[in-house]
Write a protein that binds this ligand. Sequence first.
Ligand code: NAP
Ligand code: MG
Length: 489
Amino acid sequence: MKKEKEIKKTESIKWELSPAPESTGHISLKAKYDLFIDGKWVKPSSGKYFDTINPANEEKLAEIAYANASDVDKAVKAARKAYSNIWSKISPSERSKYMYRIARMIQERAREFAVIETLDGGKPIRESRDVDIPLAANHFFYYAGWADKLEYAFPNRKVESLGVAGQIIPWNFPLLMASWKIAPALACGNTVVLKPAETTSLTCLKLAEIIEESGLPAGVVNIITGFGDTGAAIVNHPDVNKVAFTGSTGVGKIIQRTVSNTEKKLTLELGGKSANIIFEDAPIDQAVEGIINGIFFNQGHVCCAGSRLFVQEGVADEVIQKLKNRMEHLYIGDPMDKNTDIGAINSKEQLETIKKYLKIAKNEGNKIIESSCNTPSKGYFCKPTLILDVAQSSTLVQEEIFGPVLTIQTFRTVDEVIQKANNTPFGLAAGVWTDKGSKIFNLTTKLRAGVVWANTYNKFDPTSPFGGYKESGFGREGGVHGLEAYLKI
Ligand code: NAP
Ligand code: MG
């Protein structure tokens, strides 16, 4: 108890910071965006457009074309033509030249991309600037290097490209997810039809502008926007050879059923409910930062968010008290402010989903602790929230919330925490915090998770494969493994 008081006393100062908004003077946004098909900007055949808004102030940013099945067909035909006539024929080193060019152009326009990503999606500018955009460029650099070395990636095996890849991405890391998908596909000699999510199309459309300027042959990358049945039209198109989907488990299951009686190759990167495990011998302050980063980074809109915390009993009080203190010091609000830690929830629908889970927590009688901060009156915001005394069988522990909400459970033994951590339908990631290397290695072999971070969390690198077990999907993106998804081997 004494210790808790001491912690409270020393860590209770929160500085009032002057606003430090990033400027928007250097960005260019059109009022209306068409579809990028066969190297040209074409009007949607339905003539329909939809609005994309800034979730931090609910203001309209631009109008986006809605692609229907006939537009998807045009895009697939363009991709097929580009594949047969050009992309599968040019030398691999030529392919990498284009990819290096695209990577450098993303870097040159990094500030513009970061600002647009934040305006359109609500994530703090610090994240778009320091994580999303540099990593997106790095994926192009990394896979550009592989284009002419595929025989070294898979020695003594014959590798062939697949053809046309249909790629569908979610709203949480728009440019980054597009780069995760486009870069390995191009490096392996495939052409692409990509669809971003309804609420966050802008940076993918800016990427299309770069692709156009880069001189990449027409049709090699087609970017079509839409919602609802646009994605399904890509999946259903008979001339698509490969479907790469990142999104929710629910939609992933529909896609798997659709593709199951075809010859299409499929990778699914789906939802998660990842465990962050803190042992008594962990460096506690570092672990607390890791927990905060694990769940509050990008408002918890991270598939691999450390959304379930497991703390060993002996340090539970200390960790929870420190978490509460740290949570009080987070800056929530304008995502364009360089000091903001937690920005806007991506959409009204997503905010409602999160609220639905908070209501369940209340009805279940769990202890709910939310930050005492104020949130802006306009826009979609959610206070960071801790849920204590929650049962393993609770909906909150079993289902993906996809918001800044952390459930906290305690454990006594290693076996107990492994059993609990593995006890959800998902298996995307996990974090382990301990002083003992042996404990880390023991857990990495027993946790059914695609990624296990040790004494850190949410670290990404293009050289490292990423993907899930169980209902978190199959196939790997990133690293050498990421090439396999785009090749016949
Ligand atoms: P979502 O609702 O599944 O949507 C993902 C994408 O699929 C969107 O572009 C969506 O289009 C499209 N889509 C919707 N219905 C479709 C259908 N029947 N056929 C084909 N495409 C369809 O997911 P979200 O809400 O955007 O994203 C959040 C989810 O993504 C979370 O579950 C998160 O864990 C997961 N995620 C996973 C990873 C990973 O690597 N494992 C990474 C990031 C996110 P519209 O929404 O525009 O209609
Ligand atoms: Mg938007």
